[in-house]
Design a protein around this ligand. Structure first.
Ligand SMILES: [Zn+2]
Length: 343
């Protein structure tokens, strides 16, 4: 497994300090829960933490040394004391997987040396699976460390929360993210600044935005939105289909899957910008810097209630919409509600 030294990770000062302190001064807990927004680097840091927990020298440096036998085995994916779990079911971890983990952990009670289990997407467990993990956490074997990672900690049982040392990750600031984007993707400062705002401090999401078809989709969506006349019913009926077709075209062009949540986010940013401009008349506060002139021109075209209703609807969709829900049908409610607030 490829990892990055803690010193090269951008942002996350507090979680990294906490981890390094545990490695150098102890004590090491038997279970950790890494939680925070998606795409900010939790998995990356969790795998490096696992490597450091097994490293022969980390108690001196607070990070893996990349040179000892253990570190080499970890990097080559043949460390016998490390296991990375992945959901084997369509959506979730299988119960058998988690029961197997439990058996494995208890068998290792008399095993020499530390053993580390990394469980990404820890929220993807059904109640039976969560129960199996809970039993593992309730009867910790010495030397065993479990690292659970989640972007949706609310879905985990409170009893799982209470049995783990919790490490909270936040979004990266624009200040941290911009230089990273400039260096990583050879972007100019203006584009990096736009991407940092659009990705809300998530390097993972900004990576998606550097794909040509994704950035093109956003541009086309925006020009459609800025042309949209919210008081016109036929226009309100057309928008959802247009948006759906745009997404399908972009996906087929580069053979990628564009997360529907991303689409909702872009639309939320658009309405948020309309609101902000109406309130402040300050274009520097807008997220969509590349469309600030258009937003300034059309923000008065939208009524307060239409903007508010659209934001509420999109927030709701973002929260409830399963990934396979019909996008066009969902969006119709957004545009029709906006239209109704004019009539
Ligand atoms: Zn090492």
């Amino acid at each position: 497994m490829k990892t990055i030294p803690f010193a090269k990770i951008i942002g996350h000062t507090l979680p990294l300090e906490f981890i390094a302190n545990g490695l150098t001064h102890g004590p090491i807990g038997h279970a950790y829960l890494f939680y925070g927004p998606e795409g900010v680097g939790k998995d990356l840091i969790a795998s490096r933490f696992a490597m450091a927990l097994l490293c022969e020298h980390s108690s001196r440096t607070g990070d893996a040394c990349d040179a000892c036998d253990s570190c080499r085995r970890f990097t080559n994916d043949n460390h016998h004391n490390f296991q990375l779990l992945r959901p084997e079911g369509a959506q979730n971890y299988k119960v058998d997987q988690l029961r197997e983990l439990r058996r494995n952990v208890s068998l290792m009670a008399y095993h020499e040396g530390r053993r580390v289990y990394l469980i990404p997407d820890a929220d993807k467990m059904n109640p039976e699976g969560a129960n199996a993990i809970l039993k593992t956490l309730e009867e910790p074997s010495s030397g065993v460390v479990l690292i659970l990672v989640t972007s949706q900690s609310i879905k985990l049982l409170p009893t799982i929360h209470s049995r783990c040392q919790k490490v909270r990750f936040g979004r990266l600031s624009d200040h941290d993210l911009e230089p990273f984007l400039i260096q990583e993707y050879s972007l100019d400062k203006e584009t990096a600044s736009l991407l940092a705002r659009l990705s809300e401090g998530s390097p993972g999401r900004s990576r998606e935005l550097t794909l040509p078809s994704v950035s093109q989709l956003r541009k086309v969506l925006f020009s459609e939105l800025t042309r949209h006349r919210p008081e016109n019913l036929s226009n309100a009926m057309e928008m959802p289909k247009k948006i759906n077709d745009m997404r399908k075209n972009a996906e087929s062009e580069e053979d990628i899957k564009i997360d529907i949540q991303t689409l909702y986010d872009w639309m939320l940013f658009y309405f948020r910008d309309l609101l902000v401009y109406r309130l402040t008349k300050n274009p520097d506060l807008l997220i969509n810097q590349d469309f600030k002139n258009e937003i300034a021109q059309i923000s008065s075209r939208w009524s307060w209630s239409a903007i508010r209703s659209s934001i509420q609807q999109l927030e709701y969709l973002k929260w409830v919409a399963p990934k396979n829900l019909n996008n066009q049908f969902c969006l119709e409610s957004v545009f029709l509600r906006a239209y109704q607030s004019f009539s």
